[in-house]
Design a protein around this ligand. Structure first.
Ligand SMILES: Nc1ncnc2c1ncn2[C@@H]1O[C@H](COP(=O)(O)OP(=O)(O)O)[C@@H](O)[C@H]1O
Ligand SMILES: [Mg+2]
Length: 324
């Protein structure tokens, strides 16, 4: 796959109109969004797009109308930005926006809802239990076996996530997750290699970008390691066997389509050591877009620059078909 197949031929930055880059917001991932949004803003401006910053935590979204905004680039992460709420507001304001619509955004924000749909469609995702107490968490451990991951159903950036090795850790792990979301997900731990793979819609076709393999110290890909240390290695090209890479790419495109995603997304996939079986963990519908983020890294491997990627995503901004 080359940049030419990923770049829609007709994109002219100047023709994209007045653009609000939405970033900041009030979720737990505000800091990450600030980094994503300022990168996107700068990139769009450098390409001649009339873009400006808009922080929904500071201004009501209705002001986008007074600003005469033609389209929005959503660089918000987490709840109240990635979860369908902002998307719904923009639908009502009739301002096209990047990425998935209301339904796919809100399903993808909820890891349990996402897993239910994937499981129903026969896509591999680790076994899980939805729990509402520390006791239920202990029962989940008996059912799923150790180690087990305990995490909030609707959070990101590894916030509130614990790897539980035995029952004595359940109470604390449950509390850590429940602090962020009353819906707590217990999930079978997949011992293996961590990968992530973006999907980009070009000319109406969902395409997987190159897979990125992630090597974190002790396999601990947590908030600190994700954003604040240099200890994680990101391999792109992934170094996986070609057929394994292709299998992951097919899987993430199916994962994307099954949820009805639009525009772009990035799915996390673990490859189990014992049998090389890939498992979908989650899909992010407004992935990180800092200069060091993973979607830009993967796009770059095909020859698509960060600036081109931003313009391309912006050009794909749309409204739900039913609204038009
Ligand atoms: N079931 C699992 N097996 C192995 N590792 C997991 C599992 N669930 C989460 N992890 C680890 O925790 C990280 C964050 O989990 P993830 O489900 O992607 O949520 P988020 O990125 O939204 O916080 C993953 O990238 C992976 O390193
Ligand atoms: Mg993740």
């Amino acid at each position: 796959m080359s940049a030419s197949t990923l770049m829609a031929p007709t994109v002219q930055p100047q023709a994209l109109g007045k653009v609000a880059v939405l970033f900041g917001g009030s979720s737990a991932e505000r800091e990450v969004s600030l980094m994503s949004g300022s990168g996107v803003l700068q990139a769009l401006q450098s390409q001649g797009v009339r873009a400006f910053a808009f922080d929904p935590a500071e201004r009501p979204l209705q002001e986008l109308l007074a600003e005469g905004v033609d389209r929005c680039f959503i660089a918000l992460h987490g709840r109240g930005g990635e979860d369908g709420t902002v998307q719904g507001a923009l639908e009502l304001l009739k301002i096209p926006y990047t990425g998935s619509g209301v339904m796919a955004s809100s399903i993808a924000m909820d890891k349990v809802m996402t897993k239910r749909i994937w499981r129903f469609e026969g896509l591999p995702t680790p076994d899980w239990r939805l729990v509402d107490s520390a006791e239920a968490c202990e029962q989940a451990l008996v059912a799923l076996g150790a180690p087990m991951i305990v995490k909030p159903a609707r959070e990101g950036s590894s916030i509130g996530l614990t790897k539980v090795m035995d029952a004595s850790q359940c109470a604390q792990a449950y509390a850590a997750a429940a602090q962020h979301d009353p819906e707590v997900l217990c999930e079978q731990f997949i011992e293996g290699e961590e990968t992530t793979c973006p999907v980009l819609v070009v000319d109406g076709r969902a395409q997987a970008l190159p897979v990125i393999r992630i090597q974190a110290p002790d396999g601990k890909y947590d908030y600190q390691n994700k954003y604040f240390t240099d200890e994680v290695r990101y391999l792109c090209p992934s170094g996986l066997e070609a057929d394994e890479e292709a299998e992951i790419q097919r899987l993430v495109v199916r994962a994307f389509k099954t949820l009805g995603c639009r525009g772009w997304a990035r799915a996390d996939v673990m490859i189990r050591h014992s049998d090389r079986q890939p498992f979908l963990l989650e899909i992010n519908t407004a992935p990180g877009m800092t200069g060091h983020s993973l979607v830009p890294m993967s796009a770059k491997a095909t020859g698509l620059s960060y600036e081109q990627l931003c313009v391309q995503l912006l050009a794909s901004a749309s409204l739900d078909t039913l609204q038009r």
